[in-house]
Design a protein around this ligand. Structure first.
Ligand code: HEM
Length: 495
């Protein structure tokens, strides 16, 4: 028999949601202590029940076994809706199911494989720009690279970074999301949406249409007036115009290009009679893929350099592998990416994603009463499953603070609980871009290690920053040294 909600351990010591803290170090400390209190820990905000989900089994219960009883947290949706609209990350219900089905074939490993050459070429171009002895922030460089990769893959745009109007508008929107993360306007916004939902259920006929129209307006970030709001609207207008322009161009050209935008436009499932996507939906998906597809990968890549600098034995292994596999060959016609040849780089990338999963939380809300790990959870409860918490449990990962890419040797990986590794989420809403990211990370890493040696400043302990993703605080400052003929990598503290 399942236990009552009130039997879930409550946050101890009079702590509340506010105790989560304002800075990332405080937040991570708060979350580390959660596991000592229970696999589930409960609290509340205003009258909303909240549950922190802290174990591999409980994470699996929420994200996989009972996924149907949850929706994404409305807070996330409020923040991202104005940018990504009904894109895959924020869509719910029937629309999400239809879109996931339409887009799944595009993101299978085989069609994604053709972007290996793009990943190599973009990384190579970034490496060409540096001069010997130059100081760079690798965190910033990785963002530029990941943004260009996804820009090229999505829009077939050759130069695509913040210097480009579209890249600049998207970066602006991301900064807005970041700045709005802890805003009190978000719960207020959710409350209004819930009220509109309740009103919708009670009204019919012409009134229902009016309430529905009001609800639609409520998705806009109207609670952010003034200059910030204006700048955001301007950036979103640039996005809309540029992406619509690209859609029109592809339609005129008869969908002959090889980019993801063309594939989205062509996506259909005639057998099931699902039909094509509207231009608005394609725009929403394109913005969503752009945002979801670069910030996370860039963060993980930056951590790779931070960790390799602290683990010279792994840096040497990754570099030896990069020297042995000529990733530049991917630029040749018909060349295929062979993941086995970048096995060490992939393990480094996966271990970094364990230690510093870019998304700190996977927030959900229960749609109905549900039993999780033996406890009854009422409808409308917010749950926060944290990959960071699960990945740092000593009963799940031995010596969790130790950087050990060999955890990802196949025999060790397959022995682990299926809810123990969540950087890409789990269940029906797991990351559709996972094959893309698992190819991009090792290729970019290998390409950069082949050409350059990185003297990374290791004088400060690595610490995640207060950002939408767990970026390394202060960036990853390094001096780049050109390698000649496979010189040995040496990582030292930069003076
Ligand atoms: C290391 C890189 C990446 C990480 C760590 C990551 C992480 C995640 C996570 C945790 C989720 C699930 C969120 C949740 O359940 O609440 C997710 C969903 C998603 N990701 Fe990624 N992601 C990465 C790269 C990418 C890339 C390269 C793309 C696209 C090109 C992408 C597109 C998406 C989309 C569209 C979703 C929503 C899927 C759905 O709800 O059906 N991601 N990602």
């Amino acid at each position: 028999m399942s236990k009552r909600f009130t039997e879930i351990p409550a946050l101890s010591g009079g702590r509340t949601v506010r105790s989560i803290g304002r800075t990332m170090p405080d937040r991570l400390e708060f979350m580390r202590t959660l596991t000592t209190e229970g696999d589930l820990v409960r609290t509340q905000m205003l009258s909303i029940p909240i549950v922190f989900v802290n174990s591999a089994q409980a994470a699996h219960d929420v994200l996989v076994a009972n996924a149907k009883s949850f929706e994404k947290s409305p807070g996330f949706r409020v923040l991202l809706y104005y940018l990504g609209g009904n894109g895959l990350f924020t869509a719910e219900g029937e629309l999400w199911r239809k879109q996931r089905k339409l887009m799944a074939p595009i993101f299978q490993p085989a069609p994604i494989a053709q972007y290996a050459a793009t990943m190599q070429a973009v990384a190579s171009r970034a490496a060409d720009r540096w001069t010997d002895g130059e100081r760079v922030d690798l965190s910033h460089e990785c963002t530029r690279i990941a943004m260009s990769v996804v820009g090229k893959a999505l829009f077939d745009a050759d130069t695509f970074d913040e210097a480009d109007a579209l890249g600049d508008a998207l970066a602006h929107c991301l900064r807005w999301v970041n700045a709005s993360l802890g805003s009190a306007a978000i719960p207020a916004h959710i409350l209004l949406l819930d009220l509109a939902d309740a009103a919708l259920r009670r009204t019919s006929g012409a009134w229902r249409e009016r309430v529905a129209a009001v609800k639609e307006r409520l998705w806009e970030p109207f609670l952010f007036p003034g200059a910030r709001g204006k700048e955001l609207h301007a950036a979103v207008n640039v996005l809309d115009e540029r992406i619509q322009g690209m859609i029109d161009e592809r339609r005129r050209q008869g969908l002959s290009r090889n980019d993801l935008l063309t594939r989205l436009l062509a996506a259909r499932d005639a057998e099931e009679g699902i039909g094509t996507m509207s231009d608005r939906q394609v725009r929403d998906e394109a913005v969503t893929l752009f945002i979801a597809g670069h910030e996370t990968t860039a963060t993980a890549l930056a951590w790779c350099f931070a960790m390799l600098a602290r683990h010279p034995e792994w840096a040497a292994r990754a570099q030896a592998e990069a020297d042995a596999y000529d990733v530049e060959s991917l630029a040749r016609d018909g060349a295929r990416y062979d993941a086995r040849k970048l096995d060490v780089c992939e393990r480094v990338f996966k271990e970094v994603l364990r230690m510093y999963p870019p998304l700190l939380m996977l927030p959900r809300r229960t749609l109905e009463p549900v039993t999780i790990s033996g406890y009854e959870i009422p409808a409308k409860t917010l749950t926060f499953t944290s990959p960071f918490v699960v990945h740092h449990r000593p009963d799940t990962y031995e010596w969790p603070e130790r950087f050990d890419p060999d955890r990802w040797l196949p025999e060790r990986e397959s022995a682990r609980h299926k809810g123990s590794y969540l950087p890409f989420g789990l269940g029906p809403r797991y990351c559709i871009g996972m094959p893309f990211a698992l190819m991009e990370g090792p290729i970019v890493l290998a390409q950069l290690l082949r050409r350059w040696r990185f003297d990374v400043d290791t004088s400060r302990a690595p610490m995640p920053d207060d950002y939408a993703t767990l970026r390394p605080m202060g960036g990853v400052q390094a001096v780049v040294r050109r390698r000649d003929g496979g010189a040995k990598i040496v990582h030292t503290a930069a003076s």
